[in-house]
Design a protein around this ligand. Structure first.
Ligand code: IMP
Ligand code: MG
Length: 181
């Protein structure tokens, strides 16, 4: 069985993702030259983007990972953000760049960003590969942004439906019958 068979349409191709992440890597490398860059990946959705982005960055940086809960197996946000796994590193004096898969309602990052801001970082910004602006509930934006997607549930490039499809190399929409299985 191929995952491709469950995909209704491709929204962002592998080539488009690659080109965009390369450009973001150049922008970040220029903007953070001489700074103390720490990439903070929000697991698990940002794992593919993080792996690509960090290799597109040409200046020294550190990485760390965090697990927060916002979604369950369903596709609606709970509005609650809980830290399941915290960062290992101290943020004081660091130029923190939060690496996220998608800004949807914005609830997760609108709570997480000020929480991390309390730990005395030198700066704190957001990089997101996808954005669903029509869904926004919280006043939050990405400083580095990949692609806008319509108000549809998307999978691939790290994003899941029920923990599956994260390993699709592109961003797509699933066929409706997949949700009935
Ligand atoms: P928020 O609504 O902006 O708080 O989004 C929180 C998280 O929900 C994102 O980081 C994603 O992991 C997940 N999410 C939001 N929209 C989608 C989607 O279309 N597909 C898969 N996961 C999503
Ligand atoms: Mg996520």
């Amino acid at each position: 069985m191929r995952m491709d068979d469950d995909v209704l349409k491709v929204l962002v191709s592998q080539e488009e993702l690659q080109a965009k992440v390369a450009q973001m890597g150049r922008d970040i490398s220029r903007d953070y030259e001489g700074k103390n860059l720490l990439l903070v990946s929000i697991l698990k959705g940002s794992v593919v983007y993080m792996a690509d982005l960090m290799r597109a960055i040409t200046i020294p940086c550190k990485i760390d990972f965090m697990v927060v809960s916002s979604y369950g197996a369903n596709t609606e946000t709970s509005g609650l953000v809980k830290i399941i796994k915290d960062l290992d590193q101290d943020l004081s004096g660091k130029d923190v760049l939060i690496v996220e898969d998608i800004l949807d309602t914005g609830v997760t990052l609108s709570k997480l960003k000020p929480m991390l801001g309390l730990r005395n970082p030198a700066s704190i910004r957001i990089a997101a590969i996808l954005d669903k602006p029509t869904r926004r509930k919280a006043d939050i934006h990405a400083d580095y942004l990949g692609f806008e997607v319509p108000d549809e549930f998307v999978v691939g490039y790290g994003l899941d439906y029920d923990e599956k499809y994260r390993n699709l190399p592109y961003v797509g929409v699933l066929k409706p019958e997949v949700y009935q299985k």
